[in-house]
Design a protein around this ligand. Structure first.
Ligand code: C5P
Length: 298
């Protein structure tokens, strides 16, 4: 017996970051948008715990931990702990979301493993309990479960669904190398010691609601971008290349180093992706539309 769940990546169309809290996290106004790049997580019954991960074309993904520290493993272990079930499962992650890229790939795998274990074990946990486990696992994990678009407050885990009035097209450029999220937040603290309280921008929420791509392009912001650029200066060249190729907006995705380009439509996306493919520092350029459904059992 096995269960497979498909989970989307995300881009933050607004990431407003406040000062560091006593617990080390930052209060956010985090406008999440799920995009159509997916990991697939399969959980199967087994005699003992194992985890495997392959990228496109069945190639192993070397940067992903294959032990119980993987967030997908921790999701299975936590659900098992709550229902007194030993997590003797084989977890396989078919990965298409860039690793350590600021697109919540690890969070997606955790949400996927959780939903797959719930289906495999027949635990029938309520949506509330699943969201509670997700919030324990990481700030972005609840959004990976729900998908669509949402405003995340607190450290990003308190979600309020948002209406999206149309389809938005994106190009995502995976960088050569990764960035550590805690390191980017530390650099943010260094660069912005007096950060104001984060607030979602009404004009951006309105642009999402009406599906107006130009209005969205004029309002996207990422407070972590200066910190990501400070640690990874060559990202600026990628951002500039996407803008020159016709992107309406160019920004670092989350804590980076993946860069995100909002474009007018699918044909413009293909043009921008072609222009970014092969430039120095860009490992791959992918086209995706949004919003995308959250974690879904296949
Ligand atoms: O919650 P998650 O495990 O994804 O967070 C990873 C790291 O990112 C945290 O340890 C913290 O350094 C930073 N972070 C933060 N404020 C947030 C979310 C994450 O400082 N709201």
């Amino acid at each position: 017996m096995s269960a497979t769940v498909r989970v989307p990546a995300k881009v933050n169309v607004q990431l407003a970051v406040g000062g560091a809290r006593p617990d080390g996290f930052h209060d956010l106004a985090n406008v999440f948008l799920a995009v159509g790049l997916y990991d697939e997580v399969t959980v199967s019954e087994a005699d003992s715990f194992t985890l495997t991960c392959t990228g496109p074309g069945s190639v192993p993904v070397p940067e992903v931990p294959l032990d119980r520290t993987n967030l997908a493993a921790r999701a299975a272990i936590e659900l098992g702990r709550r229902y007194d079930i030993a997590p003797d499962v084989r977890i396989h992650i078919a990965k298409d979301i860039p690793v350590a890229g600021g697109m919540a790939g690890g969070s997606a795998d955790a949400a996927g493993a959780l939903l797959a274990c719930d289906a495999l074990w027949g635990t029938n946990a309520s949506r509330e309990e699943l969201l509670d486990i997700c919030a324990e696992l990481g700030s972005d994990v609840p959004f990976s479960l729900v998908g669509g678009a949402a405003l995340g407050t607190g450290r990003g885990e308190k979600l309020e669904p948002l209406d999206v009035g149309g389809e938005f097209w994106w190009v995502f450029a995976a960088a050569d190398g990764g960035l550590s999220t805690p390191a980017v937040y530390r650099e943010f603290d260094r660069l912005s010691p007096e950060a104001p309280d984060p607030v979602a921008a009404p004009a951006l929420l309105e642009a999402l609601r009406t599906g107006d791509v130009e209005a969205l392009a004029a309002t996207v912001t990422n407070d972590l971008q200066p910190a990501a650029l400070s640690l990874f200066p060559s990202l600026k060249d990628t951002l500039d290349a996407g803008t020159s190729a016709g992107a309406l907006a160019a920004l670092v995705s989350g804590s980076g180093p993946t860069t995100a380009f909002l474009v007018a439509d699918e044909s413009s996306a293909r043009k921008v992706a072609a222009a970014l493919t092969g430039i120095a520092g860009c490992r791959s350029a992918r086209v995706a539309s949004s919003p995308a459904r959250g974690a879904t059992i296949l």
